[in-house]
Structures are given as C-alpha cells and as structure tokens.
Design a protein around this ligand. Structure first.
Ligand code: HEC
Ligand code: HEC
Length: 332
C-alpha cells in the first residue's frame, strides 16, 4: 500500500471524512444484508409516471434534431439510449463538429441526482434542459427558434395542443422532456435483486467487491439508490489529481464556477455508478479510458490507496452488477 503525497491537512480531512461516514452507516452495512434498509446502497425503484402522453411527447422531443440550430443534433445524439445514455467520447461533438469541453454523463437515472451537471448548476431536469439547447458547442439554438420550427409542424402543434392549453412553448417542451427523463430508470439490477435477498443474483466475486467497496470507503461518496448523485466532493481528496494531469481549464474548476468560493475549486457532484459499465470513458475530463483506470485513480486520489489486482477485479465485478434494465414506457 502506498500513500500518495498530499498536504497533511487535506490528508487528515480526507481520512476523517471517510471514517466519519463509515461510522454513520449502520452496522448492518458491514454485516450480512438480507435486509438492505439502512445499508449504504439501496435498490433503485421506478419513478411514478404522471402522464404517459407527456412521456411519449418527451421521447419525441428528446430525439428531435430541430432542437438544434441546424437540425443536426438531438439530445439523443449525445445521450444515446442504446449506449448507456452517453456518447462514448471523452468530450462530446456538437453542431458543426464543435468539440465540447466536458464529458457527457449518462441521462439514465439522472432524475435521482440531487442536482444536474458535473458542477450541480441546475437544480432540476427542467432547469437542465435549457442548457444544451443554448450551448453554442452543443445545440446552438434558442427557445424562440425551436418553438417557431416546431409550431410549423402541424402534427407537432396538435400533439402539444392536446396536452398543454398554451401549445408549443419552451416550458412545455422542457416539461415533456423532463417527464420522459423520469422514466429513464434502470431497475431490477442483479445487485438490487441480491439486496432484496436473492443470494445467487450476483457472483461471489461481486459480493466480495461490494464488501471491498464498503471497507475501502468508496461508499463514503458513492451511496444511496443511485450509488452517487447525492453530494459534492473534491476530485483529489488525497492526492493532487490536477497537478499530476496538468493543462487545467475552466471545466476543471467544478463548483467553483457556480459559487466562486475557493473551497469549491475542483469540487464535483459525485457521479452515479449505476450504469458505469456502459459509459466509458470516465471522469468529467473523460481521461480514464476504462473502468479499471477509473477505479485505480479513485483509490489513489480519493482514498490514498493502491489496490491489489484481485481487489480491483472484485470491485469491477460489483460495479458491473449495478446496471439494471431500462424498460421503455409504452403508451397506448
Ligand atoms: C453535444 C452533446 C450534448 C447534447 C446535444 C445534449 N447533451 Fe446533455 N449533456 C452533455 C454534456 C457534455 C453534459 C455535462 C455538462 C456539464 O456538466 O457541464 C450533459 C449533461 C446532461 C444532464 C445532466 C446529467 C447529470 O448527471 O448531471 C442531463 C439530464 C442531460 N444532459 C440531458 C440532456 C437533454 C434533455 C438534452 C436535449 C435537450 C441534452 N442533454 C443534449 C452533452 C449533451
Ligand atoms: C471522496 C469521495 C470519493 C470517494 C471516496 C470515491 N469516489 Fe469515485 N468519484 C468521486 C468524484 C467526485 C468523482 C468524479 C470525479 C471527476 O469526474 O473528476 C468520482 C468518479 C468515479 C467514477 C467515474 C464515474 C464516471 O461516470 O465518470 C468511478 C467509476 C468511481 N468514482 C468509482 C469509485 C470507487 C470504486 C471508489 C472506491 C475505490 C471511489 N469511487 C471512491 C468521489 C469519490
């Protein structure tokens, strides 16, 4: 085991943080967990769907390239639902081949994140959706432009009018998309079936991985039903990630860009690990090409540990068991 060099205060704070969190988690976590209540990771359940017709319209909007300035890019261009809800790139490609500045996270289970975006600058899915439409390197459009285009389409116009008294508006487009996004939940993961009592749902190796995930302290940050998405943490709690990587740009500043507070420099929303097996490459900068790389970096920079190969393999098997199924919501 090697401890990476880090300023002592940071080191102690990191250890104290992980330790305190471990203490707060009830003992049932470390014991057997036939009953998952009170455990660090809980099963993911589907969200109640309010209006299936809105889901259907939202799904259409999600796949509609007219939300971009030149009708080439839809939400699904970057959030491909058949590829883990992301794009498989280190940084996304937007309109006119423009290169984005930060890695595309998955849209699956994003309804379970306490805030949206790597830096948490949107409080809701509704607030989030305006971001890409206006982003010059993503869709490069404006709501009035989008509304004008969609209103010229007779079918679209009447689809909106059936559901919303005021027809096609920015708020209604966003409402439909967000409603659809709430159905993008991956339920029934092998790990969830294990948590609910099916001891054979995952392999003994994945069970060992879950125990290691807890004992190393990964659960201090990645926890709850989304195995992440419920707190902000510094990237590099126990090591100088950005110093080692170099070339720091604005997207590395994390929450600092939102709050302007020095203590928020390099602080990010802890990402959900639910569908992580499908969303390489990893981290906000897309720098970790494989899940192995990502977990090795996590151990080093967030925990000050070097993982033996066997432990690394076990943890990967656990992470792979977290992905459930997306059951497309059918409307009649
Ligand atoms: C050009 C690629 C691209 C397009 C098009 C795009 N996104 Fe994204 N999406 C991203 C990137 C990159 C981020 C992360 C940005 C950040 O954190 O600053 C993101 C973040 C998100 C998030 C937050 C997820 C999380 O865990 O924080 C959601 C939800 C989302 N997008 C939904 C949408 C919707 C809905 C649309 C269409 C209106 C859309 N995206 C269009 C690339 C794209
Ligand atoms: C101190 C908090 C903390 C601890 C402890 C921690 N993580 Fe993370 N994890 C984060 C943050 C923050 C990120 C996002 C970093 C970034 O993108 O720059 C992250 C990202 C990841 C990612 C990449 C996800 C993606 O979609 O890009 C994986 C995989 C991961 N962590 C696994 C682990 C594992 C396994 C452990 C234990 C060995 C662990 N983490 C321990 C906070 C933590």
């Amino acid at each position: 085991m090697s401890i990476v060099q880090s300023p002592t205060s940071r080191h102690i704070m990191g250890v104290a943080f992980v330790f305190l969190t471990m203490m707060c988690i009830t003992p049932s976590v470390r014991a057997e967990h036939a009953d998952w209540r009170g455990a660090a990771v809980s099963p993911l359940t589907a969200m109640p769907v309010v209006d299936p017709r809105k889901v259907q319209l939202g799904e259409l909007m999600f796949h509609d390239p007219r939300l971009s300035a030149d009708d080439t890019i839809s939400c699904a261009s970057c959030h491909d639902l058949s590829h883990g809800g992301a794009d498989g790139l280190a940084k996304p490609i937007g309109i006119g081949g423009a290169k984005g500045t930060i890695n595309t996270p998955t849209v699956f289970n994003s309804a379970y994140n306490f805030t949206q975006f790597w830096d948490g600058r949107a409080d809701s899915l509704e607030e989030q959706a305006a971001g890409p439409v206006h982003n010059p390197v993503e869709m490069g459009s404006t709501w009035p432009e989008v509304v004008a285009k969609l209103s010229q389409d007779q079918d679209m116009l009447s689809a909106f009018q059936k559901l919303y008294a005021d027809g096609v508006t920015a708020d209604n487009i966003v409402d439909a998309i967000a409603t659809f996004e709430r159905t993008l939940v991956t339920i029934n993961a092998p790990f969830d079936r294990y948590l609910k009592g099916d001891q054979t749902a995952i392999s003994p190796q994945a069970i060992r991985g879950y125990k290691l995930f807890q004992s190393y302290g990964c659960v201090a940050c990645h926890q709850g039903a989304n195995v992440g998405g419920n707190m902000y943490q510094t990237m590099g709690t126990m090591g100088d990630y950005f110093g080692d990587r170099g070339n720091i740009d604005a997207s590395d500043l994390g929450r600092y860009q939102v709050t302007g507070r020095e203590k928020d420099r390099h602080v990010f929303k802890v990402p959900s690990l639910r569908v992580v097996r499908h969303t390489a490459p990893y981290f906000h900068d897309g720098s970790a090409k494989t899940l192995q790389d990502a977990v090795r970096h996590m151990a080093k920079y967030q925990l000050g540990r070097e993982l033996p190969e066997q432990d690394l393999d076990d943890i990967i098997k656990f992470l792979e068991s977290l992905a459930g199924e997306y059951i497309r919501f059918e409307t009649k």
